[in-house]
Design a protein around this ligand. Structure first.
Ligand SMILES: C[S@@+](CC[C@H](N)C(=O)[O-])C[C@H]1O[C@@H](n2cnc3c(N)ncnc32)[C@H](O)[C@@H]1O
Length: 346
């Protein structure tokens, strides 16, 4: 770990962490600790800080961690199978995923659940010495293989053991965030997507994907054979957890149509629209007046009368009704009351 690239924050409190090295080699911290202002310590071993929160994982997250710690040795021997079964060239497919990030040599990139680095290598190849690549995974064993694989790349790379639901990175830092193959088992997908948006700059590109068979394949022989082997194909694309900040969202089914890749650009807050644009026509008003100006309704006869009166006035229904209600309310309230509180919240 390079101290100059210590951008880490506490995954619990988001306070900045100070680095206290014990052993260094060629300017890199091999062992030591990161410490927050309350004195909470995160150990650094083999140049990799362990920034896991919560400290004791439970349920699906614990099972996932144990599983990947257990298969790290053989992961690279079998990872290619999912692509080969689908007649897909893994390298080409992964290069296509990475292309969607629109990387520049100087981009700051975060990859979550990087595993043994099968995409990380490709991402690193798109970045130059002025770029930054932060790689994280919940499994130290997977990450150690990734570190080995990325030895000698020109972009500065940092590795951290971290839970994708509690990221140890500062707000608004990355130009691009990538994750493939882990999302479905993150435990709290909504939380991890919120975290991705938090650490990404406005305008950053996010690309994430995992298994998800579309419903039209469930009852095919193709679908049944794949589902029999891997129940994760039954996981739905987490549309309901895509953050409101997501803009230009696109989704595609890839690798035989049983994995998805979702991409979006990070925006600010909810999308904006001109809800005060006057809408021409007999109904009139604006989208805002139609939403906020809803009254309790009137009897059908009153409605028919109002329509005739509106027609006679030549106004839109909005302008006629707004005028009539305003005048009636003013005369009911009198001058003193009009000047006071005008909304009792009902
Ligand atoms: C199927 S592997 C994918 C690895 C790599 N991205 C690839 O495409 O080969 C899933 C990875 O997700 C990681 N993972 C699972 N849950 C995680 C979590 N909550 N936070 C971070 N990483 C997680 C696992 O440790 C594992 O390395």
């Amino acid at each position: 770990m390079n101290q100059e690239r210590n951008i880490y924050v506490s995954p619990e409190t988001r306070q900045k962490l100070a680095c206290i090295p014990e052993e260094t080699e060629g300017g890199e911290v091999v062992s030591g600790k990161l410490v927050d202002e309350r004195g909470r310590e995160y150990a650094i071993r083999d140049g990799i800080p362990a920034l896991i929160f919560p400290p004791m994982l439970e349920g699906e997250q614990k099972e996932t961690l144990d599983y990947y710690d257990g298969v790290a040795d053989v992961y690279d021997d079998v990872a290619n199978l999912s692509f080969r079964i689908q007649y897909v060239d893994e390298q080409k497919a992964r290069r296509d995923f990475v292309k969607l990030l629109d990387l520049q040599p100087g981009s700051r990139v975060l990859e979550l659940a990087c595993g043994t680095g099968r995409d990380s290598e490709i991402i690193a190849g798109e970045l130059g010495a002025e770029g930054q690549l932060y790689l994280s995974d919940i499994s130290r064993s997977m990450l150690l293989r990734c570190k080995e694989k990325l030895r000698g790349v020109s972009v500065p790379v940092e590795f951290a053991v971290a839970n994708a639901c509690y990221l140890p990175f500062p707000d608004d830092y990355f130009d691009a965030v990538f994750s493939f193959g882990g999302l479905g088992v993150f435990g709290d997908i909504a939380q991890s997507l919120k975290e991705i948006v938090r650490v990404a700059k406005v305008g950053a590109k996010v690309v994430a994907g995992d298994e998800s068979m579309p419903p039209w394949l469930y009852e095919t022989e193709y679908g049944r054979i794949l589902l029999n082997n891997n129940p994760l194909f039954k996981k739905a694309i987490p549309f309901e957890h895509v953050p409101v900040e997501a803009r230009d969202v696109a989704v595609r089914w890839i690798i035989g149509g049983v994995y998805y890749l979702i991409e979006f650009v990070v925006g600010e807050g909810e999308p904006k629209a001109d809800f005060d644009l006057e809408i021409p026509g007999r109904r009139g008003g604006t989208l805002r007046s139609r939403y906020y100006g809803r009254l309790e309704g009137v009897a059908p006869e009153t409605y028919a009368l109002a329509q005739r009166a509106r027609d006679k006035s030549g106004k839109s229904m909005h302008d006629w009704l707004d005028g009539v209600v305003r005048e009636a309310a003013k005369s009911e309230l009198g001058d003193a009351e009009q000047a006071g509180e005008n909304n009792d919240g009902e």
